[in-house]
Write a protein that binds this ligand. Structure first.
Ligand code: ADP
Ligand code: MG
Length: 237
């Protein structure tokens, strides 16, 4: 069974490597995804890719840093959650590997929404996932952190843990996501995010999504992304 899994994984990786990110993809089933993600999407009734998903997911699956700009409601959540699940799956991430992906959101409400989508499409994966948004006892939250593979957080609260929670190890982190980057900046989280990124390993993949493009967003991108691929989706006239 082990051998079979290994072969399937190698086959999947090969399909990803050979994927042309510019090829004309229409549905989630056109993407090289593992069965767990594919069936999670199917069960959640996601079928046709939105423009930003079609542009960003192949690049992200191939391991690129991505800076994606697309208006509110264009489907940016799945544009990063699908690559997060695939990255950890292909790394054969287990409960013993610690924190694999960190998703930063400007507000608690948005973090909860992301977490709910993650639970839906990730239901067939074995990863543990948690929310770090404050409003709970810091110590209680800290005790659960060490067991999480994927965290969705707000910047201030996450930084508090990184600064204060002894034994919370982020050295294995594979992927950082900054969602609603424009709002993160507008809400004055620049220095918290800068400090947060300082704690993270330099060799990682970073995805940054924003509803608008601005000087502040490109400042943040310069600090956190490496040779990013730019994906900008405009409304059709
Ligand atoms: P954004 O973050 O860009 O504002 P969301 O990720 O919150 O957008 O998605 C907006 C809405 O579109 C949500 O209700 C979501 O369920 C829906 N949606 C996202 N992707 C798809 C898709 N491929 N097919 C159908 N609905 C989708
Ligand atoms: Mg969003």
């Amino acid at each position: 069974k082990r051998k079979r899994e290994q072969e399937d994984l190698e086959k999947l990786q090969k399909t990803v490597d050979e994927l042309d990110p510019k090829s004309d993809l229409k549905n989630f089933t056109d993407l090289p995804l593992c069965e767990a993600t594919a069936s999670g999407l199917r069960a959640s009734h996601f079928e046709v890719l939105t423009d930003v998903q079609r542009a960003a997911i192949p690049l992200a699956l191939k391991g690129n840093d991505v800076l994606g700009a697309a208006k509110t409601g264009s489907g940016k959540t799945l544009a990063f959650l699908v690559p997060v699940l695939e990255k950890l799956y292909r790394a054969r991430w287990t409960e013993y590997d610690g924190l694999g992906a960190l998703i930063i959101s400007p507000t608690r409400e948005l973090a909860v929404q992301i977490f709910e989508v993650l639970r839906k499409i990730g239901r067939h994966h074995a990863f543990s996932a948690g929310l770090v948004i404050g409003g709970k006892n810091l110590k209680e939250e800290a005790e659960r952190l060490g067991r999480m593979n994927i965290l969705v957080c707000t910047p201030g609260r996450m930084l508090q843990h990184l600064d204060q929670t002894a034994g919370f190890d982020v050295d294995n982190l594979q992927m950082l996501v900054l969602d609603e980057a424009d709002r993160i900046m507008d809400m004055g989280f620049q220095s918290a995010v800068d400090a947060l990124v300082e704690h993270l390993p330099k060799t990682r993949q970073t995805l940054l999504f924003s509803a608008t493009q601005s000087k502040r967003v490109s400042d943040l991108a310069r600090l956190s992304l490496k040779d990013p691929e730019y994906v900008s989706v405009h409304e059709k006239a």
